[in-house]
Design a protein around this ligand. Structure first.
Ligand code: C2E
Ligand code: MG
Ligand code: MG
Length: 738
């Protein structure tokens, strides 16, 4: 530094300015100078120097040292703003060496950028100095450098202003940070919700979007845990997994359901990031989320477009394929039969052609509704094209015959319901379907093969005159047809006197006849005697069982009345089988009472054999009805005991007088230890409940001996006699009674 500045008071002046500038005193005097805090390092050093300065005599060397060590640039000009001196920091700041500037106007540096130069020197003299004015300097390579400038002046001995001192502080870095902060501030207020918590997951800041999305104001959530807004939709494991992921990976992204202040639960797409300090310890969590309700709705719409038929709302071919696939694997596990039906409307095209597509569409919508209403919730009704529907009936039965009949019944139900008249706006019309059916069991056959088979069956249905149902498997078709034929024939059986009761004798421990069971037979003119197992279930599927059941009761009561006149037989009881459907009739008790009255019999001679099935649907109703029957004086027996849903808790509620051990246990009584134990248990159970116990299906002497030894009171079976017509029964009775 040259010797231009000579006296100590001037040096002091410069130092004073440096001190003022650096220490922040100026802050109070001048508007804004937020970059001071960045000068902390310098301030510390200068403060010390300052104190020293006041304490000791200021020397030229001392000033030079300070000017050299200063990080800020310092320029001293004369009164006409011509540069006299610069410190070394100027070179670092502007790229000029001292000699490039000395003698040049200060404007070289502030060229065009420093309006305050215009006010110099008058204003500055008046104000003493400017401090922390932000502007830009031009560096040697012509780049603009943001700076904060403080200017002061010095007076000569004659009190004239003769020097200006410029201290130039580079504020590039603080400007950059300011800009960054501005960006951050703007970013924080985006349309995504932002929530910041401390390391303990306490909310410390939320943005406006958070408040808009959740409905909570910032004040309402500050200090709270984010679970304050959780929906309760996710379980503990979900959050544990989220935190585990956060701890391991430092961030988590996913869909999460939260609850708005108004209670509404909504989906968010959220990413959470842990903010770490220098020690890699998490100090904050930032969660950024967007409300994806709209997206979800859109997704749902897209999904429904992809999987559902737009006109009818039914599943389309794709969803059908999906469900079919699942149904087949399910059947593979359960071994239950199911079926796929291919349905096509007869002459649909002509409606479309004559009335236009609008009416065609209305018909399809109505058809879709009618089919859907005819099947169970779990079944699938799909529309796979024009007037083509596919119906998937799942998990019907493990028994093929039973499954076939049930499926045939569903197909028939659909056929009938689609034959009902339609009202399409003002237009009344009729329609009918053709239906092809293919059964499946297990997953050996592919869904497309099964569909093809159903389609072929549909073709046959069309071929055979439409409005019909055809099964793919010819044997099944035959079976369904004979079943249908049997139902028709059975309808006439009662009127045509084709039903007969056979009687199977029941004997006590001493081999004396004590009663009989009435077992129905159908004397069919073409097929001969048909056994109840072949037709009772057909009767049960329709209301025929009610007619048949009533006939059986009448016939049994008539027989009891006949026996009552026979000295030897008047103590005999006659057991009658009652189907669950028949028992469920509201006037069942009345039917029994009427028959008893009509034939004037002792009600205790009539024994109703009920199975546990009657209890399945409405146990309290069934129990009440049993009490009514008991009140009439009839005896009640539980048939096929041990095969059903027996539970001791219900058994004690029932007003029964007899348990009938099922023949399946009796069959292997002498060879199978389990069956033997079962029979012993039932007998003991009966004794404890004071019930009469009878065994059915007794075929051998050994079985009878076992039963007697174990306390069974009565037996029925081929060993004593098969079910036979009444005249044969009378012969047998006479033989046994002697
Ligand atoms: P159930 O009531 O358990 O009748 C016993 C069945 O076992 C009868 O078959 C009978 O013939 C047969 N049986 C009797 N003793 C022996 C034996 O020692 N060995 C073998 N292997 N079998 C024996 P059926 O007559 O074919 O009747 C079958 C089922 O049909 C009956 O089972 C009953 O549930 C039902 N049923 C029969 N008649 C009627 C009726 O009038 N109404 C109703 N609702 N169901 C009836
Ligand atoms: Mg029976
Ligand atoms: Mg039985």
């Amino acid at each position: 530094m040259s010797d231009n500045i000579q006296n100590d008071s001037r040096i002091e002046k410069i130092l004073h300015l440096i001190m003022e500038f650096a220490s922040g005193n100026l802050e109070a005097k001048e508007k804004q100078s937020n970059h001071y805090d960045e000068l902390d390092g310098i301030i510390g050093g200068l403060n010390m120097l300052g104190e020293e300065l006041h304490a000791s005599t200021v020397t030229r060397d001392f000033l030079n040292n300070i000017l050299k060590t200063m990080l800020d640039g310092l320029i001293i000009t004369d009164s006409s703003l011509s540069i006299k001196e610069v410190n070394p920091a100027i070179e670092g700041l502007l790229g000029y060496e001292a000699r490039d500037l000395e003698g040049k106007s200060i404007e070289k540096i502030f060229k065009g950028h420093m309006t305050l130069l215009e006010h110099l020197p008058e204003e500055i003299i008046e104000k003493e100095y400017f401090a922390g004015v932000e502007t830009t300097c031009l560096s040697r390579d012509n780049s603009e450098i943001p700076v904060s400038v403080s200017i002061s002046f010095m007076r000569s001995h004659d009190d004239q202003v003769d020097n200006f001192i410029f201290i130039i502080h580079d504020i590039t870095e603080s400007k950059r940070r300011e800009a960054e902060l501005r960006v951050a501030a703007v970013t924080f207020e985006t349309h995504d919700g932002i929530l910041i918590t401390d390391a303990n997951a306490r909310i410390i800041r939320v943005n406006k979007a958070f408040q808009n999305i959740t409905g909570y104001s910032s004040a309402e959530v500050l200090g709270k845990n984010p679970n304050y807004i959780s929906s309760g939709r996710h379980d503990k494991a979900f959050y544990e997994e989220m935190w585990r992921h956060l701890a391991q990976k430092g961030s988590w992204t996913g869909e999460i359901w939260n609850r708005r202040k108004n209670g509404e639960v909504y989906p968010e797409w959220m990413s959470i990031t842990g903010i770490k300090d220098d020690d890699q310890k998490i100090v904050q969590y930032v969660a950024i989320f967007s409300d994806i309700t709209a997206r979800k709705i859109a997704e749902e719409e897209i999904r429904s477009l992809a999987f559902y038929d737009a006109l009818t709302g039914l599943p389309n071919r794709r969803l059908l394929a999906d469900r079919f696939h699942i149904a087949l694997s399910q059947s593979g596990r359960s071994k239950n039969y199911g079926a796929v039906m291919f349905l096509d409307l007869d002459k649909f095209k002509s409606l479309n052609d004559t009335r236009g597509h609008e009416y065609g569409d209305l018909l399809l919508i109505e058809v879709a509704q009618r089919i859907s209403a005819s099947v169970r919730e779990m079944d699938t009704v799909a529309r796979i094209g024009g007037d083509e529907f596919v119906i998937l009936i799942e998990e019907v039965s493990a028994d093929q015959k039973m499954a076939l009949q049930k499926i045939a019944a569903v197909a028939e139900k659909i056929r009938l319901v689609l034959n009902e008249p339609y009202k399409l706006k003002e237009f009344n019309c009729y329609s009918s379907p053709s239906i092809g059916v293919c059964l499946y069991c297990g997953n050996e056959k592919s869904s497309s093969d099964l569909l093809k088979s159903a389609d072929m069956a549909l073709y046959q249905a069309k071929e055979s005159g439409r409005n019909t149902i055809r099964f793919f498997d010819p044997l099944m078709q035959e079976e369904v047809e004979s079943h249908a034929a049997m139902e028709i024939n059975l309808r006439n059986a009662v009127e045509n006197n084709q039903l007969r009761l056979h009687y199977q004798i029941q004997i006590d421990r001493d081999g004396r006849p004590v009663g009989a069971e009435a077992l129905i037979r159908w004397y069919e003119p073409l097929h001969g005697i048909i056994m109840p197992l072949e037709f009772i279930h057909i009767a049960e599927e329709s209301s025929l069982i009610l007619v048949i059941g009533e006939w059986v009761i009448q016939e049994a009561c008539r027989q009891i009345a006949a026996w009552s006149k026979d000295e030897k037989k008047k103590c005999m009881t006659l057991a009658v089988n009652v189907s669950a459907r028949q028992f469920a009739l509201p006037d069942f008790v009345h039917i029994i009472a009427s028959a008893i009255n009509l034939y004037k019999i002792d009600p205790s001679r009539l024994k109703l054999e009920l199975t546990e099935h009657i209890l399945i649907n409405n146990i309290s109703n069934a129990v009440a009805k049993m009490h009514e029957l008991k009140a009439l004086g009839v005896e009640l027996s539980i048939d096929d005991f041990g095969t059903g849903y027996s539970s001791l808790s219900y058994l004690k509620q029932l007003p029964i007088s007899q348990l009938k051990i099922d023949q399946s246990f009796v069959r292997d009584i002498t060879t199978d230890a389990n069956d033997a134990m079962m029979v012993k248990t039932i007998i003991a159970l009966g004794q404890n409940f004071h019930l009469h116990v009878i065994a059915e299906g007794v075929e051998t002497k050994e079985q009878q001996t076992f039963l007697i030894q174990n306390g069974c009171m009565a037996s029925q079976g081929f060993l004593f006699g098969k079910p036979v017509p009444i005249d044969e029964f009378d012969l047998l009775f006479d033989k046994m009674d002697n």
